[in-house]
Design a protein. Structure first.
Ligand code: TNX
Length: 488
């Protein structure tokens, strides 16, 4: 029980684990549930246990895993990463494991926790901790914001990243798809965005883009692991790639030059350019149509060259387009200066620029995701001299990534409006998968527990010993991590 990260609320297990001969055949008994979902759960279990697993089988399995809902009915809402229905209970008995949740998210978390309770001792034996877990996340939204615009990360690497996130019961992968240096999602309406913007990157970084087919596949892979993909098209700043690919977005109609540096805040789109609002309407409507999840991020950060009036026009137009398309808009904290629709979610990141509007928005009920640059920006080095990462805010050690409270991190914020936490990875200087995971691990485990486990149940040395033990799994999976950050 104490080996599960993030730490569950409650659990009781027999001291001596039960041993049984392997291989064990698991079968999933969710007769009432959606078949597609049964397949997804089976895949998830197969990936963890490397065993033949059958769905809805009354076969000769000697161990049955049952996925049930508290009222015995099928979980009706099949979208993963629901903000509701993430609680789960597990009971492990000699011949039957039951995972109970009112939503599919909870079933996934049950499987993830099960991984720590039912283990292969060797090729001939399994060890099972018999007992129960009763668990639910403290914060509903637990994400990673991943920049694939400055430097592209291809499908196979994004899938490996999703696996790491699933292990730690994250439920959101927020992809920063566009910026000055590149445009990473194919658009049917504006193909030149990726024909040009898919071939550029920050100096030293990789270019590339996701096709529409990749997008469908990536969301399905994430969904099978309980994760919703939240796409971000960043406007009205961070738009040089669009200005390069679409001359009509520029004043005077001449395309902007390609940009491959690491500066921020210089590019912008214009209210007075005729093509701008139609572009926003089309690109965000299209994005909403191809996105399975409920949330669309529209950036809104660091629009340093945009006047307050223009900012309001562009951001309010975009939020309306997203809302009209049936989605919930999410934007970086700068959007607090605009008039926000009730549902809009603010993402707080820069503790040095917390305008009073953020607290005012919170007082009237606007929800936030907390991503402080001194706690969860993992493009920051974990210590001076690490040799990778930036430090424009500070270095962030594992302990600093762990010991903080999202509900009180931003002054003036109503704690009840805090929806969740996101770690963030920016890729101006992170250009390959090994550097990426070295910066993310072990700190990603810290943010996971910050979001999952209530503050009063978190304890640093206990956490540290759990992640030290888990680092063996990362090693076995061939995932590079920062060993020095696991010291005491
Ligand atoms: C700030 S965080 C940014 C990004 C940079 C990052 C570098 C945010 C909303 N904007 O554009 O990549 O700092 O750490």
């Amino acid at each position: 029980m104490s080996s599960i990260t993030p730490l569950p609320r409650q659990g009781e297990f027999s001291e001596i684990s039960h041993r049984r001969p392997a291989p064990v055949q698991l079968s999933i008994d969710i007769a009432e549930a959606n078949e597609v979902y049964a397949d997804r759960l089976a895949q998830h279990l197969r990936a963890i246990y490397d065993l033949p697993i059958m769905t809805n089988s009354e076969s000769d399995s000697n161990l049955v895993v049952r996925f049930v809902t508290p009222d015995g009915k099928t979980a009706v809402d099949l979208e993963p990463a629901q903000l509701e229905g993430q609680e789960y209970d597990i009971t492990i008995d000699v011949s039957e494991i039951t995972i109970t949740s009112s939503g599919v998210g909870g079933w996934h978390y049950g499987i993830t926790a099960l991984k720590n309770l039912v283990k292969t001792v060797n090729s001939g034996t399994w060890s099972m901790s018999l007992g129960t877990v009763s668990d639910a996340p403290d914060l509903a939204w637990r994400g990673l914001s991943m920049d694939i615009a400055r430097s592209f990360f291809p499908m196979d690497e994004l899938k490996r990243l999703i696996d790491v996130l699933a292990t730690y019961r994250y439920n959101v992968l927020h992809l920063h798809l566009t910026d000055d240096q590149g445009w990473r999602l194919e658009s049917a309406a504006f193909p030149t965005l990726t024909e040009l913007g898919g071939t550029t990157a920050v100096d030293g970084g990789r270019s590339g883009f996701l096709t529409q087919a990749d997008w469908v596949e990536l969301q399905a892979v994430a969904a099978a692991r309980g994760i919703t993909v939240v796409p971000e098209i960043d406007i009205p700043g961070h738009t040089n790639a669009a200005l390069n690919a679409l001359p009509e977005l520029n004043k005077g109609g001449v395309a902007a030059e390609v940009y491959t540096g690491a500066d921020v805040g210089f590019s912008r789109i214009f209210t007075e350019v005729e093509a701008t609002l139609p572009f926003l309407t089309t690109i965000f409507t299209e994005l909403a149509q191809v996105t399975d999840g409920r949330y669309i991020h529209f950036g809104g950060d660091e629009a340093l060259e945009v006047s307050a009036e223009d900012y309001t026009v562009l951001v309010e137009h975009t939020m309306k387009v997203i809302t009209d398309a049936g989605k919930v808009p999410v934007g970086w904290q700068e959007i607090a200066s605009a008039t926000l629709h009730d549902d809009v979610i603010m993402q707080l990141w820069n503790r040095r620029q917390n305008p009073p509007e953020i607290a005012e928005q919170s007082k009237i009920g606007r929800r936030s995701i907390i991503s402080p640059s001194n706690r969860s920006y993992f493009d920051m080095s974990s210590r001076p001299g690490q040799g990778i990462g930036v430090n424009w805010d500070t270095e962030i050690s594992l302990r600093e990534a762990y010991e903080w409270d999202p509900r009180s991190a931003v002054s003036g914020l109503d704690p009840d409006t805090v929806l969740g936490v996101e770690a963030a990875m920016w890729t101006e200087f992170v250009h390959d998968f090994d550097t990426l995971t070295t910066l993310l691990l072990p700190r990603l485990a810290a943010t996971a527990e910050v979001g999952w486990t209530p503050l009063e149940s978190r304890e640093w040395t206990n956490f540290l010993s759990r992640v030290q033990a888990e680092s063996v799994d990362w090693h076995d999976a061939g995932i590079t991590f920062d060993k020095d950050d696991l010291g005491d």
